[in-house]
Design a protein around this ligand. Structure first.
Ligand SMILES: [Zn+2]
Length: 243
């Protein structure tokens, strides 16, 4: 009986139609690559650039359906945008959250979620601010757990990690996109393209749609956690106006 309720609540949680009122004003979706880091991973049936672009397009539709404005960091799939400029676009939009989409090329399979946990320095800039780091600390868990629930075991969960665990993050102390971000930011490695199962998942329309829906729900859960902390005013996080 109890178990039945758990399953039901998970299904409801993952239905976008249950979102009655938009929590967020604006989100920034950043489909990764091409950037100064390169063109990213690829596989026989789909590239990282293509997968991130298609999922971003679907997310845009899902967000707009619940009244959330979406800003993309690219205007077309193959557009080259440097990582600092991707963050600038999110900053200028005063996004409630910047969601960065990537696919990994490591061995193994599954998705992983990364947030900044400390400042790094790159290109003469040290960041992100303590306020952004605090907000990312608040959003990580609800974002990750909602993503796990909504993906329903279709992909292996590699967990929630500090962005210092990435190759770029370990070099600079944080990802370049985190260092330059003035808004809460999360990066998702949606799958590992060297895994045949992951490749088949993300190359399929069904897989892309499930990923997009799950990421939108995860983003809304993350934004909710930040807004609640702002409203409480007890955790030291500031609202958008800086108050
Ligand atoms: Zn990438």
């Amino acid at each position: 009986m109890k178990r039945g309720w758990v399953v039901l609540s998970t299904i409801l949680l993952c239905q976008l139609s249950t979102v009655s009122k938009a929590l967020a004003d604006t989100v920034c979706i950043d489909p990764g690559h091409p950037s100064e880091i390169g063109n990213g991973a690829t596989s026989k049936s789909i590239s990282e650039i293509r997968a991130a672009w298609l999922v971003a397009q679907q997310m845009k539709k899902e967000f707009e359906a619940v009244g959330v404005k979406v800003v993309l960091t690219k205007s077309k799939e193959t557009e080259m945008v440097k990582n600092r400029d991707r963050s600038r676009i999110a900053n200028e939009a005063k996004a409630d959250l910047m969601i960065r989409l990537h696919c990994d090329s490591q061995s193994g399979s599954g998705f992983a979620v990364y947030v900044p946990t400390k400042q790094g320095t790159a290109q003469g800039k040290t960041g992100p601010s303590d306020d952004v780091i605090k907000k990312c600390g608040l959003l990580g868990k609800p974002f990750h757990s909602t993503l796990v629930e909504c993906l329903g075991g279709k992909l292996h969960d590699n967990g929630l990690m500090s962005d210092t665990k990435t190759a770029v993050g370990s070099q600079y102390g944080a990802l370049i996109g985190s260092i330059f971000s003035e808004v809460p930011v999360v990066l998702v490695e949606m799958c590992r393209l060297n895994s045949k199962d992951d490749e088949a998942f993300i190359a399929s329309k069904k897989g892309q749609d499930l990923m997009a829906k799950s990421l939108v729900k995860a983003s809304l859960a993350a934004i909710k956690a930040i807004k609640e902390a702002e409203n409480r005013g007890s955790s030291g996080v500031r609202g958008k106006t800086g108050k």
